[in-house]
Design a protein around this ligand. Structure first.
Ligand code: ATR
Length: 273
């Protein structure tokens, strides 16, 4: 019997934790499968994906910088991938069409709700950023029915445009930084500011004693955003390691029809950081 093959494609890919995560899921659920990482040269992305499936590969995760190209390549898209305009998960349908999905948003929502006992329904949410990371999670967040979802971004126009695009899915509005009226129940950082060791310039009033913050980035130390929020009195701060594992779990579920258990996988990764 041949082994079902899966992989993650990206560039760079050396530090990807996905092979470790999917091996843990496969061991836990007794799935006969392999999952490797593939470094793909920029011009070769589309050919590499097509070759992978033509050679019998079962499923792919797609990471930086190819999520938009995966979205364009897919023959069919799930609704959430269509909204995200980015694809992180691919498989082939029975008739050979390549299907694209985006599991990032559901991954973040599950991390907040199941691993951090957080509610989104009825809560005031501030989402910071207006790039691909934020676009990717908006539909699943709105699906939980927050009472208010405010988008704030350094470049206001991008937030405004994004809010217009998602207005049909729920209560979402873009505000200028100086118009923000806190405190919010959740502040989610989807900016790339942490990469430069930076924190978006939010007014302190967005934080109250019961504000929880979530940084989509993760790191061994507190992320700059989480450190800033705790300094100003936020109740709790979480990073995106759980989101990484939960998006992988959702991909695994789509491919294998089984939902793996995530808490020990998250804590093992944390311990190894
Ligand atoms: P990604 O796909 O990771 O979301 P992106 O599309 O380049 O990357 O978006 C990056 C986001 O981080 C944007 O919202 C960006 O703000 P601008 O739209 O004003 O560029 C935000 N960002 C990046 N560096 C930042 C910084 N130092 N301070 C505040 N926001 C920052």
């Amino acid at each position: 019997m041949s082994i079902d093959r899966y992989a993650v494609m990206g560039n760079p890919i050396k530090h990807s934790k996905s092979p470790l995560i999917h091996k843990a899921f496969a061991d836990q659920t007794d799935q006969h499968m392999t999952y490797t990482s593939m470094l793909v040269a920029e011009p070769e992305f589309e050919d590499s994906v097509r070759r992978f499936f033509a050679d019998g590969g079962k499923g792919l995760n797609i990471t930086v910088p190819f999520k938009l190209r995966a979205f364009e390549l897919a023959d069919e898209l799930t609704e959430r991938a269509q909204r995200a305009k980015a694809v992180n998960t691919l498989w082939q349908s029975a008739d050979g069409r390549i299907v694209g999905d985006n599991t990032d948003g559901v991954g973040m929502v599950r991390d907040i709700m199941h691993n951090h006992d957080g509610r989104i329904a009825g809560k005031k949410i501030l989402m910071v950023g207006a790039g691909g990371a934020v676009r990717g999670v908006l539909a699943p967040v709105l699906a939980e029915n927050p009472v208010q979802l405010v988008l704030a971004n350094r470049t206001f126009d991008k937030a405004h445009q994004l809010a217009e695009e998602f207005m049909d899915l729920g209560r979402i509005e873009a505000l200028h930084m100086n118009e923000l009226k806190g405190p919010f129940d959740w502040i989610i950082n989807g900016t790339a500011a942490s990469l430069q060791g930076d924190v978006p310039e939010l007014p302190e009033s967005v934080i109250g004693a019961h504000t929880r913050v979530y940084d989509m980035m993760y790191s061994k130390e507190l992320t700059p955003f989480n450190a800033w929020a705790l300094d100003y009195g936020a109740e709790k701060a979480f990073d995106g390691l759980g989101m990484l594992v939960e998006q992988a779990a959702e991909s695994f579920r789509k491919w294998r029809g089984l939902m793996p258990s995530t808490p020990t996988v998250i804590s093992d990764l944390r311990a190894a950081m």
